[in-house]
Unconditional design. Structure first.
Ligand code: SAH
Length: 368
């Protein structure tokens, strides 16, 4: 709970109401403040003119800290990667992926990552620390302000709004579950950022107890599980977490995950030449997922943490997909976005790819 001088971002509407009561104010001022922060995204208490002058003065002793821009890069395909610095100097990246009718923002939930997947560049950073709710939300607020984006389904003029949010940046969201859940509440609250949970996807390596806890959470996003192998032997080698939660155990937890009408689980499968991309793998994958309402996103390995691994050839990728779809399992080949600036899946690493088209532009750190 923020006392005077504390951080205001990341507090829920109820917590802000409680803070107002602590200050001897009416609780409804908490709602007003929450609306100012997230609906109108006024990040300077001085501009919250619907609040009394005396309350605004009290608020000036609190902080509303957005991350600080260190570098912004734009890829040839329009994807933009932000390198952001947090208050203690730790850094994270997030990626804005524009499409014709939508904008997807990919955010980080940890600085670094402890999981050590063989094919992922973020793993090379090691684990630094969990992000708090203010830092998770701060990435969204920063990019919305930087790009002057609306949020939800209706954009400004002819420009699409920020329509989709994916927790697929640096780190493992389910290792930071409490802070992630709190951010999800604010992101989806109609009085908060008002994004539909159906527009938010959380991607995990497959931590079984946490998947079960997420299933019971007040806000349940779409679930994506990074599978990338069809035998424990191969998955043990690619993703060490498999030794703790092997494929059967993981898929059992997935089978129990609640799905709404027309909703599916997503399985991400990084295709690596000669490792996990045989016809037999494709057929095994169909069998493994037979009982699940799911779809598969196929990602040819992006370069980065090579470890001697190579992407599957385009022919192999197509053949793999055809086996899945031929057996009735929906499968899509994901075109990598922002590869030239190391913004694609598994390429986030703070130091990677910054030689190309780096820009130091609009700083939004005046509140700090
Ligand atoms: N820790 C979570 C969130 C990170 S998401 C998770 O692992 O799901 C990162 C996604 O990028 C995952 O689906 C992962 O399998 C994928 N990925 C990692 N390295 C990759 C690479 N080199 N090429 C393509 N995809 C990769």
């Amino acid at each position: 709970m923020a006392a005077s001088g504390g951080e205001l971002l990341g507090l829920t509407a109820d917590e802000l109401a409680a803070l107002m009561v602590d200050w001897g104010e009416k609780p409804y001022h908490g709602r007003q403040l929450y609306g100012a922060l997230y609906r109108r995204r006024q990040l300077d208490p001085g501009s919250m003119t619907e609040l009394s002058k005396s309350l605004r003065r009290k608020l000036e002793s609190c902080v509303i800290s957005l991350p600080r821009l260190q570098r912004r890069q734009r890829a040839a395909d329009g994807t933009e990667k932000y390198l952001l610095e947090l208050t203690d100097g730790e850094k994270v990246e997030c990626v804005l992926i524009p499409e014709r009718k939508r904008n997807t923002l990919c955010i980080s939930t940890q600085a670094g990552c402890p999981l050590d997947c063989r094919f992922c560049l973020t793993a090379m950073l090691g684990f630094r620390r969990n992000l708090d709710p203010a830092e998770i939300l701060g990435q969204v607020l920063y990019v919305l302000a930087d790009k002057n984006l609306a949020i939800g389904s209706v954009g400004i003029g002819s420009r699409p709004a920020l329509t989709n949010l994916v927790l697929m940046g640096m780190g493992e969201p389910l290792l930071n579950l409490e802070n992630v859940l709190k951010s999800l509440i604010i992101m989806t609250d109609p009085e908060g950022l008002a994004l539909s949970p159906r527009r938010i996807t959380l991607s995990t390596v497959g931590l079984v107890p946490q998947i079960r806890r997420l299933a019971q959470a007040p806000v349940v996003p779409n679930l994506a599980v990074s599978l990338s192998a069809t035998t424990d032997e191969v998955r043990d080698r690619l993703m060490p977490i498999n030794r703790r939660y092997p494929i059967d155990t993981l898929l059992q937890a997935c089978a129990e995950f609640p799905l709404k009408r027309n909703q599916r689980l997503t399985f991400e499968y990084v295709l690596m030449d000669g490792i996990n991309d045989s016809d037999q793998d494709a057929r095994r994958l169909v069998k493994l997922l037979a009982q699940l309402r799911s779809k598969v996103n196929l990602l040819p390995l992006n370069p980065g943490n090579a470890n001697g691994l190579r992407p599957s050839s385009p022919r192999r990728v197509n053949r793999f997909r055809e086996i899945l779809t031929g057996k009735g399992l929906p499968a899509y080949v994901r075109r990598p976005r922002g590869m030239d600036i190391y913004a694609a899946c598994g390429q986030l690493h703070l130091a990677a790819g910054h030689h190309s088209r780096a820009t130091r532009t609009s700083r939004l750190d005046t509140n700090r």
